[in-house]
Design a protein around this ligand. Structure first.
Ligand code: HSE
Length: 420
């Protein structure tokens, strides 16, 4: 028997309890002993819950109990999660967490303490919900040189984008539904502004490079500016709008970004819809591999946390995760990255006399030949799909085009990146 404590008995913490006892026999067989929850730490009481008698309100009870070997942190946020987790590791206890904010901000320090104390700090549930992506990278792909990770990494925003596109739902209504289903963060700003995706791609990139990624260095855009009209154009192009987190690793150079993109039909992430996450990895021997599953949710995330607990219970005296060091990995500016872009402009599009599918006039002057896109029911505006160009060239050209359009009494309504 190995004793555990769960800190934070909200959606994920109570899910961990449910998985541990729902699959008790299976888990016992997997780690050769029973995992018994001795304490549940929360500010609240839980009358009627099976964990009712285990609730404590004082963290010192857990950290000072030598019988507790495994600690689950599912409180979220940094305070008090960070000091509590640090104290548990320093006390020689293994920790499993689903808290990506904690891992992205303090991962290298907590991994170092775990190594020094010969315990484990594991965080499978922090990225991709129930998808086993962390263990896949550090164990299954350990012999691969990874050059790219790109993923739909946030269930809430993918749920919102899918609802808007398929059912014509309003942004706010779709977000409320995602909150009701337990997908969203306590403060959903982290989801919709892309911060959650940013932390997740930072964690995956740190695992690949073995160095600390400052997530603040990653160019990050969210989905709050995406409208129903954008989805109409995406539909027309056979594309889907997805919030992607991506990193490209070229030797010492690492590019990373988070932004909503129009994903083409041939892009494997095009078909990742609803609360599902998909993570595409390119590596030198295996080539392209893709990992898909539930990206958020109570039992889905809890399942990943329990997998960490099983690994820790199976290796009570060994540090198994290499993780990353405190050496900082610089992130390159994204200006050199090349791709197509999509734009929406108000007014009527001037078209090429020989090929009316191609723009002419002011748009061509700044952006070169672009395909003209129209969407049913949207009069008084049009869309343009550019040829591939660098981010920095597009930023300059679209800003100049916006000024020129304004001088003609029109405006640049939207710009989106395209991933074919
Ligand atoms: N809010 C997160 C999401 C939870 O929607 O993906 C899982 O990390």
């Amino acid at each position: 028997m190995i004793y555990a404590a769960i800190m934070g008995f909200g959606t994920i913490g109570s899910g961990v309890y449910e998985v541990l006892y729902g699959n008790r026999d299976r888990i016992k067989a997997a780690c050769g002993q029973e995992i018994e929850v001795k304490y549940v730490l929360d500010l609240r009481d839980f009358p009627g819950s099976p964990a009712e008698d285990k609730v404590v309100h004082d963290f010192s009870v857990i950290v000072s109990d030598p019988e507790v070997r495994l600690v689950v942190e599912t409180m979220g946020g940094l305070n008090p999660a960070y000091p509590f987790v640090k104290a548990c590791l320093e006390a020689g206890k293994h920790v499993a967490t689903s808290n990506k904010a904690l891992v992205a901000a303090h991962g290298s320090e907590l991994l170092r303490i775990a190594r020094e104390k010969n315990v484990n700090f594991q965080f499978e549930g922090s990225v991709g919900g129930g998808i086993p992506i962390i263990r896949t990278i550090y164990r299954c792909l350990a012999g691969e040189t990874i050059s790219e990770i790109t993923g739909v990494l946030n269930g809430t925003t993918n749920y919102i984008l899918t609802k808007m596109s398929k059912e014509g739902s309003a942004f706010d209504a779709a977000l409320k539904e995602a909150q009701r289903l337990g997908y969203a963060e306590q403060d959903p700003t982290a989801d919709v502004e892309g911060h959650d995706t940013c932390r997740k791609i930072a964690i995956l990139t740190a695992l690949v490079t073995g160095k600390e990624i400052h997530y603040e260095d990653i160019h990050t855009e969210g989905i709050t500016g995406i409208t129903a009209e954008d989805h109409l154009y995406a539909d027309k192009l056979g594309m889907a709008i997805r919030l992607l987190g991506s990193s490209r690793i070229e030797g010492d150079r690492v590019y990373a970004w988070v932004a909503p993109v129009m994903a083409g039909r041939d892009n494997p992430l095009h078909s990742v819809s609803g609360v599902y996450n998909g993570i595409l990895i390119r590596s030198n021997m295996l080539g392209t591999s893709m990992y898909y599953g539930s990206g958020a949710g109570k039992l889905q995330t809890a399942s990943a946390v329990v997998a960490d607990m099983i690994e820790e219970a199976s290796n009570p005296d060994t540090n198994v995760l290499a993780g990353w060091s405190a050496d900082p990995q610089p992130i390159e500016p994204i200006g050199d990255l090349r791709r197509r872009f999509f734009l929406r402009l108000s007014g009527q599009c001037a078209r090429d006399a020989g090929d009316p599918g191609i723009c002419a006039g002011t748009a061509r002057e700044y952006l070169g030949d672009c395909r003209v896109v129209t969407a049913d029911g949207l009069d008084g505006e049009y869309g343009l799909l550019t040829e591939p160009m660098s981010e920095s060239r597009f930023a300059e050209a679209s800003a100049a085009l916006a000024r020129a359009a304004e001088a003609e009494g029109n405006r640049l309504i939207q710009t989106l990146r395209v991933e074919e």
